[in-house]
Design a protein around this ligand. Structure first.
Ligand SMILES: [Zn+2]
Length: 252
């Protein structure tokens, strides 16, 4: 399947689609749609960035890691962005890129991106605008990890993931959530139980159903709306980049 065929199916990456038409035509010849499986690691800190990824239906978590094996969520990237942004600046990977939800992404050789970034002013402006919002998301994550409750952080992660999926349901295990958020599984379970008691989630046959998206947004920390607004401004589309309500989380 070519990138054009993926796009023709209504699936696209907003950052890619926002590029100058001539650049898209050029990259359509060399970008390859790839299927990313949940749990795949695209790169680890220190890895050379040979490829960058424009997620289409997949969602990738960027995780800070410690020498003790601990993780913390730095950013979530879906069809609004790119995985491997440091390649633009000639750098190596600084975080772990873990595929959180399986799906398609368009893969491009990093050299192609760097070449266009340096040679085409419109491409450079486009990625710098994106980088500004992306850096804001990272800064907000530092505050979020330090000051916001597990229930708030869990709601924010669920909403961000829903926004990046073109489905009304979401499947993700407690174990994966614990890994991404850098928590013990018990912390995930306790936070999910509190949200269930508040009527936002429901356990059923090993799954957690989202009952009330609006209420979920009410519990989520301010980080969700702040970053959401940043990306909406980027695409000049207030309220854009939001998918239907209703989600199912798969419990262990
Ligand atoms: Zn937060």
């Amino acid at each position: 399947m070519t990138f054009q065929e993926v796009s023709a199916n209504g699936q696209h990456n907003l950052l890619y689609q926002g590029l100058p038409a001539a650049q898209q035509v050029l990259w359509n010849q060399v970008a390859k749609p790839v299927h990313l499986r949940a749990g795949d690691i695209l790169f680890e800190p220190g890895d050379a960035l040979r490829h960058v990824y424009f997620p289409i239906s997949s969602v990738v978590s960027l995780l800070g890691t410690s020498s003790e094996g601990e993780c913390a969520l730095v950013a979530t990237v879906g069809y609004e962005g790119i995985v491997g942004l440091p390649a633009l600046f000639g750098g190596e990977a600084t975080v772990r890129a873990l595929v959180q939800n399986e799906g398609i992404a368009s893969r491009l050789e990093a050299d192609q991106l760097v070449k266009a970034f340096h040679q085409v002013e419109a491409v450079r402006r486009h990625f710098l605008r994106y980088a500004q919002v992306f850096v804001m998301q990272i800064g907000q994550a530092a505050l979020c990890n330090r000051h916001h409750s597990p229930e708030q952080q869990l709601c924010t992660l669920i909403l961000r993931t829903l926004d990046r999926r073109r489905q009304s349901q979401l499947r993700i295990t407690h174990e994966t959530l614990a890994h991404i958020l850098g928590w013990r599984r018990e912390t995930v379970s306790l936070a999910a139980q509190k949200l269930q008691a508040a009527g936002l989630l429901q356990y059923a046959r090993g799954q957690i159903s989202i009952l009330d998206r609006e209420a979920l947004e009410g519990v989520a920390c301010e980080c969700y709306a702040l970053v959401q607004r940043g990306y909406a401004r980027l695409w000049h589309a207030p309220g854009a980049f939001q998918d239907p309500a209703g989600a199912v989380l798969e419990s262990p």
